[in-house]
Design a protein around this ligand. Structure first.
Ligand SMILES: C[S@@+](CC[C@H](N)C(=O)[O-])C[C@H]1O[C@@H](n2cnc3c(N)ncnc32)[C@H](O)[C@@H]1O
Length: 241
């Protein structure tokens, strides 16, 4: 039994009910989204502009919440995406994500059957209610994805489970794994019980199929001001045979 007062499943099922309503977009989210799109444009999707047939990629997003990043990626790279599977353990978040990504077509109707997991207006888009740890028992695990993405999710995984979760994400990827998470060298004295600073670079580096890991701090330094989100983009690249 865990001694932590934080039980991830209970916490996120409860949060899922109010998360979208309580969400307040601010300049840190704006910077996070801008730098993520810039990074993906230069490092993951540029191949679509290369000569010859355009390269298309499949995406698995875990912990998609109400679809903030799902919608952002589809808006920016939709033409290059062959398949987009979005997973979250909260059924409320998945219902909100379907609405948020697909509006105005959904009219708020929730997914109730397996068939409903397919998007009504986009065959490439699929939503699944599952936690990462058991996503292997769903259809989503039957294939690998070119890009596996987790934004502000891994910081909520218990230290006792983080290595196993990063392994799972790596296994489900053909090439790229990207996570966006809180990262500081020094761990602050006070941390909310549902947040953890994990050493992602070290965790990825221990996985034999990972050949390279990059960390890109999400920070903006101006002449007179500085905006530090205390988050980083982590990008692990797998060896391709
Ligand atoms: C802070 S929210 C981030 C949502 C979204 N990725 C974003 O950036 O707007 C974290 C999300 O991860 C989900 N989550 C947390 N742990 C999870 C797990 N083990 N498996 C699947 N989803 C998880 C929660 O339900 C929640 O929707």
């Amino acid at each position: 039994m865990s001694s932590s007062p934080y039980n991830p499943k209970d916490y996120w099922i409860e949060q899922g009910r109010v998360y979208k309503n309580n969400f307040r977009y601010n300049n840190k989210f704006e910077l996070q989204e801008r730098l993520l799109i810039e990074y993906l444009t230069s490092n993951i999707f540029p191949s679509i502009y290369s000569e010859g047939a355009p390269v298309k990629l499949s995406v698995l997003e875990v912990g998609c919440g109400f679809g903030r990043i799902t919608k952002l990626l589809l808006a920016n790279f939709g033409k290059s995406i062959t398949k987009y599977v979005a997973v979250d353990m909260s059924s409320d978040q998945i219902r909100n994500a379907r609405q948020f990504v697909e509006d105005p077509y959904m009219n708020g109707k929730a997914a109730t059957t397996a068939d409903d997991n397919k998007s009504r207006n986009d065959d490439r888009l699929e939503f699944i209610v599952s936690d990462i740890q058991s996503v292997r028992s769903t259809d989503a695990s039957k294939q690998r994805y070119d890009l596996v993405l987790a934004c502000e999710v891994l910081l909520h995984i218990l230290p006792s489970e983080i290595e196993q979760v990063v392994h799972l994400l790596t296994e489900m990827s053909n090439k790229h794994i990207i996570n966006v998470d809180w990262y500081e060298e020094e761990v602050p004295k006070k941390i909310a019980p549902h947040n953890f600073i994990h050493r992602y670079e070290e965790i990825y580096a221990k996985i034999p199929s990972v050949k390279q890991v990059r960390r890109i701090p999400i920070i903006k330094k101006g002449m007179l001001s500085k905006l530090d989100t205390k988050q980083s983009i982590f990008h692990a690249l797998k060896q391709t045979v």
